[in-house]
Design a protein around this ligand. Structure first.
Ligand SMILES: [Zn+2]
Length: 404
């Protein structure tokens, strides 16, 4: 095999390199699936981190490894943040790319032994086989074949592996956001959708707490001196639920309602928890304003209501810039015989935080898998060579702006 030229990266020149690594890939995948790495099992996540660290060191990356601060006191495993400078500086057209995968799964300790890695024809099964062990491994393998083929120029590659994605990345989010600042593109290594689509958009999620304060009074003797917070809250439930349908792509869910403690007291306080999802930051902001205006007009006189935003995960929006990255992936995929689609999803991931900073981001760049978070989770191993070749070619393509 001769090293492919930059122009040949749009064809399938890297496919033979990926095909030659399939056997090793499957052996590595079996090893990774055998590790229980639930988000709440830092020891297992750290074994995943050990593996990732050693492979990145072998590739010549500078590897930082540390335990991110757990904001709610629940310890998580280590973050791997690795960097490698290329030989094409930004001034000469090189680009900085961020690759991101996660080390954790949703499965408890013991799952790997109870339902071990299993290969049946082209279908691999086991906890985390698709989400995200195959994706992590695809990222490492793509970098290895670029190295082997001496292909691909770039200014810098940043490889980030997070330990807590499956619980919303509470500890690693600041690390991810810091890593994303200053990169030109980001590629997230979740597996492709069941039908092979990449993920071009993910909804954002905002959580709110609405607090209603009323006035307690004896419900039998002098109820007129009270102000019923539960009644104001009930009106707010109706008002907020009726926001559904006001905007395309914005959903509002009052998921928690709490009020009062005794039947003989006019209810003095109530609380609602509300979740808003939208494909756009503008949609989330519009819903936030609508909640604020509903809260400003409590139905029961003598009650007051306030709203507080608890959590905000920005959407990964389908922007013109991210579309251009997708179009480049599509072109490369066509050379591999893949008719690549792009899907939008309501689920969130680390890609949301990166895209929220304005970085053009594409997700779903692992092989094709599905049934994530269930005992039936599967990976179609026949898709591994082409998807790894696609990823490697896309890294090479995006890393060198002179190719675009
Ligand atoms: Zn995942």
């Amino acid at each position: 095999m001769t090293a492919p030229s930059r122009e040949q990266l749009h064809t399938n020149e890297l496919l033979p390199y990926a095909e030659a690594r399939l056997e090793g890939y499957l052996a590595d995948l079996a090893g990774l699936v055998a590790i229980d790495s639930g988000s709440y099992s830092p020891a297992g996540v750290n074994r995943m981190a050990d593996w990732t660290q050693s492979r990145l060191l072998r590739l010549g990356f500078d590897v930082e490894r540390f335990a991110p601060d757990p904001p709610h006191g629940h310890p998580v495993g280590d973050v791997i943040l690795a960097r490698k400078l290329g030989d094409l500086p930004v001034e000469q057209g090189g680009r900085r790319l961020l690759l991101v995968a996660h080390l954790d799964t949703v499965f408890d300790d013991g799952t790997a032994a109870a339902t071990p890695f299993h290969l049946d024809g082209h279908t691999a099964r086991g906890p985390g086989v698709s989400d995200d062990k195959a994706g992590l491994l695809a990222g490492i393998t793509a970098l290895e074949i670029l190295e082997e083929a001496r292909a691909g120029q770039y200014a810098e590659l940043v490889f980030l592996a997070t330990p807590d994605e499956e619980i919303g990345s509470p500890a690693s989010r600041p690390v991810t956001e810091a890593a994303a600042r200053g990169v030109h593109f980001a590629l997230a290594l979740e597996c492709a959708r069941e039908n092979g689509d990449l993920v071009v958009a993910r909804k954002g999620v905002a959580d709110f707490r609405v607090s209603v304060t009323g006035r307690a009074a004896h419900a039998g003797i002098e109820p007129e001196r009270g102000a019923n917070a539960a009644l104001t809250a009930a009106h707010l439930v109706v008002a907020l639920q009726s926001l559904n349908g006001h905007w395309d792509d914005v959903t509002v869910n009052v998921g928690v309602v709490r009020a009062g403690s005794r039947t003989n007291i006019v209810c003095p306080e109530a609380e609602l928890r509300v979740e808003v999802r939208s494909a756009t930051a503008a949609g989330l902001a519009a819903a936030h304003r609508a909640i604020e205006s509903a809260v400003a007009r409590p139905a029961v006189s003598g009650t007051t209501a306030t709203v507080e935003q608890l959590d905000l995960c920005p959407p990964m929006e389908d922007t013109p810039a991210s579309r251009r990255v997708f179009d480049r992936a599509r072109r490369i995929a066509a050379g591999l015989g893949i008719n690549l689609g792009g899907a939008a999803t309501g689920g969130v991931g680390d890609a949301n935080f990166i895209a929220g900073l304005g970085v053009p981001t594409l997700d779903g760049l692992g092989p094709v898998g599905g049934a994530d978070h269930t005992p039936e989770e599967w990976l179609d191993t026949s898709t591994v060579p082409a998807r790894v070749a696609l990823l490697a070619s896309l890294i090479a393509d995006l890393g060198d702006s002179r190719t675009g």
